[in-house]
Design a protein around this ligand. Structure first.
Ligand code: HEC
Ligand code: HEC
Ligand code: HEC
Ligand code: HEC
Ligand code: HEC
Ligand code: HEC
Ligand code: HEC
Length: 410
């Protein structure tokens, strides 16, 4: 008895010493990394993320407009402020061959339920953990099932203010495993269980939601430390000045998410690429031959733009020629018009053949970048045989007559 007691107290003593040592080590670490927010993950290249809130003291105006962009809001923890759609309304349901999907709100949580069509028995109830999409066109939902991340059956379709079977889903109960190849364009960062990004197991604390500052500018804790004077050995600022980059490198920032699914990963995983590097060393598309065939919600704005005369005949055009990456500019026709006129300085002369007046010309994009119906985001309403689709703006700039591109007509 006595002997056992001695071992016990020795053990307790040892534990106390170890705990003490642990705190000693831990506080030392605190000193070194004082400016590092503990919750921010580290990028695969070893650089630490700072989070967009840490940019506020010095880039306040950019931050203020950025948080209103579809980019910033393209993913979030699911909740009252981030979810759209008629939850708790039984008339809004998705009918499948083998079940009925309903979306409900209970307390703080939102759920998707699937019940048997014949017996009414509850077959599945999943909590909505993450929402994808700012809601311009729609929203999809992700859920953690144990440790596995999956996409739920239903999505929200903004155009009809209703729930639909998720784009690409079959007409029966289905769950899609969510890997880096799904989340790569909708979050700033997330650490997968496997370095290639092929599993659907994630470190939950590693998620940085939305397309935030550091997805485009790279992880910038060192920049924050440097500018705040926290970095002991002052060297060069690590931040990359975009206007010093070659055109392709500038464009690659946007191309990583706006050039189709880019599903062939050559190096690292989809989150490995950072600004300043060549994207073609990291990932490429399966070659479908026709970029215009990839016009869709998950379309290839880059491929289309690259095939346009404007892009081919200009040495400076990039995505930011027309888009301010820090602003929500949807529907700002005047702004986009003024961009066309910066290069096409006398529109009247260009339209002598069709005899269009200047007053007819004040919406260049309506004729030269027309809208086309999406092939994936569409739904059949009631008994209507016509499908209702989201419209997508083509980036193949050209002369269209009745939706047909003139210079490619055979
Ligand atoms: C303590 C102040 C401070 C903080 C915090 C800070 N920056 Fe900066 N940032 C600066 C200064 C100063 C410059 C240099 C401006 C210049 O040279 O014109 C700069 C430059 C930049 C540039 C390059 C601009 C260019 O000329 O191309 C980017 C991009 C940038 N910051 C992004 C960020 C992001 C993203 C964050 C948050 C993660 C952040 N900064 C946090 C002060 C700060
Ligand atoms: C990490 C992926 C990612 C990067 C990088 C990215 N985008 Fe996006 N972009 C998205 C996603 C996702 C959406 C859809 C947002 C939503 O509505 O949920 C989007 C939407 C847009 C929209 C439509 C906004 C609207 O009004 O609906 C424009 C324009 C756009 N991006 C331009 C750019 C430009 C320009 C760049 C480069 C400077 C860029 N994007 C970089 C993922 C990205
Ligand atoms: C290669 C990049 C990429 C991948 C991969 C991707 N998306 Fe997207 N997604 C986008 C872009 C870009 C847009 C906006 C396109 C536009 O406005 O034309 C978008 C739009 C959406 C929208 C509509 C957003 C809105 O606010 O209207 C939803 C919902 C969505 N994606 C869900 C998903 C889901 C779920 C997956 C994974 C299965 C996925 N996306 C994979 C790039 C991507
Ligand atoms: C979608 C990608 C994207 C996101 C998100 C983004 N930026 Fe930028 N940022 C760019 C690009 C591209 C440029 C270069 C602009 C140009 O070429 O006109 C730029 C330029 C800048 C500059 C220098 C030029 C200027 O306007 O002062 C700063 C500073 C900056 N960004 C900070 C930020 C901060 C802070 C955030 C988040 C609050 C942020 N950016 C979010 C893409 C992005
Ligand atoms: C950076 C300069 C630049 C910008 C901005 C620009 N373009 Fe162009 N665009 C060109 C050049 C260069 C050509 C080649 C023919 C020429 O020299 O006029 C061209 C060609 C065209 C053509 C003829 C296409 C064909 O297939 O023959 C149309 C139509 C056009 N642009 C419309 C637009 C519209 C609409 C906008 C605004 C959304 C726009 N452009 C913005 C530079 C530009
Ligand atoms: C010549 C001008 C111009 C250039 C260059 C340009 N865009 Fe756009 N983009 C537009 C216009 C105009 C719209 C429609 C805006 C609206 O409807 O409010 C648009 C819309 C978009 C949308 C939303 C599409 C939709 O239908 O909802 C995305 C995404 C986008 N652009 C991405 C890009 C990317 C990525 C690049 C570079 C590869 C790029 N754009 C280059 C003019 C341009
Ligand atoms: C109502 C539709 C419409 C609008 C709006 C419109 N265009 Fe056009 N555009 C055309 C047509 C059709 C042509 C073919 C030439 C013609 O018929 O005169 C054309 C031709 C052009 C061309 C020359 C193409 C070539 O063959 O070289 C350019 C560049 C161009 N437009 C730019 C613009 C710009 C910039 C604006 C806005 C200020 C604009 N367009 C507004 C219909 C339009």
């Amino acid at each position: 008895m006595k002997f056992k007691y001695k071992i016990g107290s020795a053990l307790i003593g040892l534990i106390i010493v170890m705990v003490f040592l642990f705190f000693l080590v831990d506080t030392k670490e605190e000193e070194v990394y004082q400016a590092v927010a503990k919750t921010m993950p580290t990028h695969y290249n070893g650089e630490q993320f700072a989070g967009s809130q840490s940019c506020i003291p010095c880039h306040q105006n950019i931050y203020k407009t950025h948080i209103n962009t579809p980019h910033f809001n393209t993913s979030a923890i699911a909740g009252e402020e981030t979810l759209k759609g008629p939850f708790n309304n039984p008339s809004h349901k998705v009918e499948l061959i083998d079940g009925v999907v309903q979306m409900v709100h209970e307390g703080d949580a939102y759920y998707q339920t699937i019940s048997s069509k014949t017996s009414g028995e509850l077959l599945d109830k999943s909590r909505l953990d993450i929402v994808f999409g700012s809601g311009v066109k729609g929203q999809s939902y992700l859920a953690f099932k144990d440790d596995f991340l999956i996409q739920l059956q239903a999505s929200y379709f903004t155009l009809t203010d209703d729930f639909i079977n998720s784009p690409g889903y079959p007409n029966y109960r289905f769950t899609r495993s969510v890997t880096d190849n799904c989340i790569k364009c909708h979050v700033t960062f997330a650490k997968n269980g496997d370095f290639k990004g092929n599993t659907n197991i994630y470190e939950r604390e590693s998620f940085i939601y939305g397309v935030d500052c550091e997805r485009c500018h790279g992880p910038l804790q060192k920049h924050v430390d440097y500018r705040t004077g926290n970095l002991k050995q002052m060297g060069e600022d690590v931040v990359i000045k975009i206007d010093t980059l070659a055109r392709q490198l500038k464009t690659d920032i946007c191309v990583q998410c706006h050039s189709g699914l880019r599903a062939i990963q050559i190096k690292g995983n989809p989150f490995s690429f950072v600004i300043g590097e060549r994207l073609d060393k990291y990932a490429k598309n399966y070659n479908f031959g026709r970029p215009e065939a990839q016009l869709d919600v998950h379309g290839n704005q880059y491929g289309l733009l690259k095939s346009s005369e404007c892009y081919k005949n200009s040495s400076t055009m990039t995505c930011t020629t027309c888009h301010d990456p820090h602003q929500n500019q949807r529907g700002e026709t005047k702004h986009f018009n003024s961009k066309c006129i910066e290069c096409h300085v006398s529109p009247k002369e260009l339209h002598e053949k069709s005899n269009l007046n200047l007053s007819d010309l004040n919406n260049c994009i309506s004729c030269h970048m027309p809208l086309f119906p999406s092939q994936t985001m569409k739904v059949q309403l009631g008994n209507d045989t016509q499908e209702t689709s989201v419209n997508i703006r083509t980036h193949l700039i050209g002369v269209y007559i009745d939706g047909i591109l003139q210079n490619q007509k055979n």
